[in-house]
Design a protein around this ligand. Structure first.
Ligand SMILES: [Zn+2]
Length: 489
C-alpha cells in the first residue's frame, strides 16, 4: 500500500467514527521532505479519496512560521491565504485552513480530530492540569483564536519544545478545540489514539444511554414554534425533536441546562450559533407563548433565527433550513452535551469566553460578507471603479475589501474621515494593479432612489459603477449567514 493510500485509509477510519469527528470536521496529512498532502476544503474525511488532498510545496510553506504578517486580522488572514495558495501545487483544491499546523509538525502523518472524549477534557476546568498529569509528553495549547494566530502559537510552542527536549511532540492538545497526533507510521498514529482514548475512558463514566419520553403536547406546540421560526424573511424551517437519557438530563431544569448554554468550540458555533434558547413552562399554552417571545427577542438581538431550543419535557429542538441541516445541528449539539457530561469528571465544563465567542461570531459574519460580495461580482469587477458607501467600517468595509481583492478600484465613500482614510490604506496593502481612495461622503445627501434599507430582515447594499451611475446594483440578502460552503476546521 502506498503512503497516500494509507493516508486515505486512516482518514476514512476516523472520519467515519462519530466518537472522533462529527459534521465533517477534522483533517489529516502526509508529508515528505518537500511535499505536503493535506485534506482539501469541502471534502469529508469519512469519504475522502486521493483527490480530496491538496498537494503543497513545503519550501514555500516552511518560512510562514517566521514571516511577519499584518497586525490587522482581516488583512493578515488574506496574506496567509495568499501564501497558502501560492504554495499549493494542486490549484483546483484549496488546502485546509489548518495546513500550516500540519506542516510544522515533523512527523510524516498527522491526524487532527475533535473526539468527544478528548474535548470533554479540553473543555473542562482542569484541562491543563489533567493533561500534564495524564500526558506529560504532550503539548498543551491554551485557547487561541483560529487562523494565523493559532498556527503561530502552535509553531512557537513546537519550536520551544524541540529546543528543550530535542524531539517533537507527538500529541498536541488544543483547549476548546481538539487534538493533533503526529507519527511516522499510520500504525503508531492509531496506537497513540487508542492510548489517549483508553486513558481518558478510565477517568469518566459513560454517557447515559436509553430513551426518554417526549411530551404529547409536541404535536401541537412544535408546529406553532415552527411558524414563529419561519416568519416572513426567515425562510421555511425544518425542526427536529430529539430526547434521550442524556438530553433529558440537561433539559430538566434551567440550572442543569446552564452546563450547555454556552458554546465549547468554534466548530460548535459554526453549526449551532453561539446562543441557545431554554424554555421551562407550565403547559402547552405557556410554552407556545414563551417560545414566541424568546424567538422574537433572539431574532431582534442577533439578526438570525436560533438553531437550538432546549425545552423541558420535550428535549432538544434543532432548527435548520432543511432536514439535513436540522440533523447536523442535532448531532453537533448532542456532542456538546456529551462534552459537558465528560467535563464534569474533570472539574466541570469550561465553555468559550464572551470575547472568544464574539471573535468567531464576527468571523462568521465576515465569511458571509465575502460570499455576498463574490456572488455579486464574480469576474465582473476587475478594472472597474466602484463607489461603496459606508465602506469605512462594518458591513460596507467587508464588501469593499472583497471587491478590492477581485481587482476593482474602490472609492471608500463615508462620513468618517479618520477610519475611511485608514480603511482605504489597508485596502491598498492588499491591492494589486487596482487602487482604493477615500472620499468624504454624506450618504444622506446622495441622490439615490432607494436610500434606506427596507424591512427588518434585509440589508441593502448599493454598489455603483462610476460610469454607470444610473445602473444601480442592489443586493438584498437575508441577514442570516448562509449555512453551506463553510470552511470546516
Ligand atoms: Zn480543528
Amino acid at each position: 500500500m502506498s503512503e497516500i493510500e494509507k493516508l486515505v485509509e486512516v482518514s476514512r477510519k476516523y472520519g467515519g467514527d462519530s466518537k472522533y469527528v462529527i459534521a465533517g470536521g477534522g483533517n489529516t496529512s502526509f508529508k515528505t521532505a518537500d511535499r505536503l498532502w493535506v485534506k482539501a476544503s469541502g471534502h469529508a474525511l469519512a469519504t475522502i479519496t486521493e483527490d480530496g488532498f491538496a498537494v503543497l510545496d513545503r519550501a514555500l510553506l516552511n518560512p510562514m512560521g517566521e514571516k511577519k504578517y499584518s497586525s490587522e486580522t482581516a488583512v493578515r488572514e488574506e496574506q496567509v491565504k495568499n501564501d497558502l495558495a501560492a504554495a499549493c501545487i494542486t490549484k483546483d483544491r484549496r488546502p485546509s485552513v489548518e495546513t500550516s499546523m500540519h506542516n510544522c509538525m515533523e512527523a510524516a502523518y498527522v491526524v487532527h480530530l475533535h473526539p468527544t472524549l478528548v474535548n470533554g477534557l479540553m473543555c473542562s476546568k482542569d484541562a491543563e492540569k489533567t493533561c500534564g498529569e495524564l500526558f506529560p509528553d504532550a503539548l498543551y495549547i491554551p485557547y487561541t483564536d483560529p487562523g494565523y494566530t493559532l498556527f503561530k502559537k502552535v509553531y512557537d510552542k513546537i519550536m520551544a519544545y524541540r529546543k528543550e527536549r530535542g524531539f517533537d511532540p507527538k500529541v498536541i492538545f488544543l483547549q476548546n478545540h481538539g487534538i493533533f497526533v503526529g507519527a511516522d507510521t499510520v500504525e503508531e498514529i492509531e496506537s497513540i489514539y487508542d492510548n489517549v482514548m483508553a486513558t481518558l475512558e478510565k477517568k469518566v463514566k459513560p454517557v447515559p444511554e436509553g430513551e426518554a419520553p417526549i411530551c404529547d403536547c409536541v404535536s401541537e406546540t412544535i408546529p406553532a414554534i415552527r411558524t414563529f421560526l419561519s416568519r416572513s424573511g426567515r425562510g421555511l424551517k425544518t425542526l427536529k425533536v430529539t430526547n434521550n437519557a442524556l438530553i433529558s438530563k440537561f433539559v430538566e431544569s434551567k440550572e442543569a441546562a446552564a452546563a450547555v448554554m454556552k458554546p465549547f468550540t468554534p466548530d460548535g458555533i459554526v453549526y449551532c450559533k453561539s446562543e441557545f434558547i431554554y424554555i421551562d413552562h407550565k403547559g402547552p399554552e405557556d410554552l407556545v407563548k414563551q417560545a414566541e417571545k424568546k424567538i422574537e427577542a433572539y431574532v431582534e438581538k442577533r439578526g438570525h433565527t436560533p438553531k437550538v431550543l432546549l425545552i423541558k419535557g420535550i428535549g432538544l429542538v434543532a432548527v435548520g433550513s432543511n432536514a439535513k441541516e436540522a440533523k447536523t445541528v442535532t448531532e453537533v449539539f448532542e456532542d456538546s452535551m456529551k462534552v459537558a457530561w465528560y467535563a464534569s469528571f474533570f472539574g466541570g465544563e469550561h465553555p468559550m469566553t464572551a470575547r472568544q465567542i464574539s471573535f468567531i461570531d464576527n468571523w462568521e459574519v465576515e465569511n458571509y460578507r465575502r460570499k455576498v460580495a463574490s456572488s455579486a461580482s464574480k469576474g465582473r469587477v476587475e478594472g472597474k471603479t466602484i463607489i461603496v458607501t459606508g465602506a469605512a467600517q462594518g458591513f460596507g468595509e467587508g464588501i469593499a475589501r472583497e471587491l478590492i481583492k477581485q481587482g476593482a478600484n474602490i472609492v471608500v465613500a463615508d462620513l468618517n474621515e479618520v477610519t475611511g482614510e485608514k480603511t482605504a490604506a489597508s485596502f491598498n496593502e492588499i491591492a494589486k494593479a487596482n487602487k482604493a481612495i477615500f472620499v468624504k461622503t454624506n450618504v444622506a445627501d446622495m441622490d439615490s432612489p432607494r436610500r434606506r434599507p427596507r424591512g427588518n430582515d434585509t440589508r441593502e447594499l448599493r454598489v455603483r459603477h462610476q460610469h454607470q451611475l444610473q445602473g444601480l446594483l442592489l443586493l438584498r440578502q437575508s441577514r442570516q449567514p448562509c449555512d453551506e460552503d463553510r470552511d470546516r476546521q
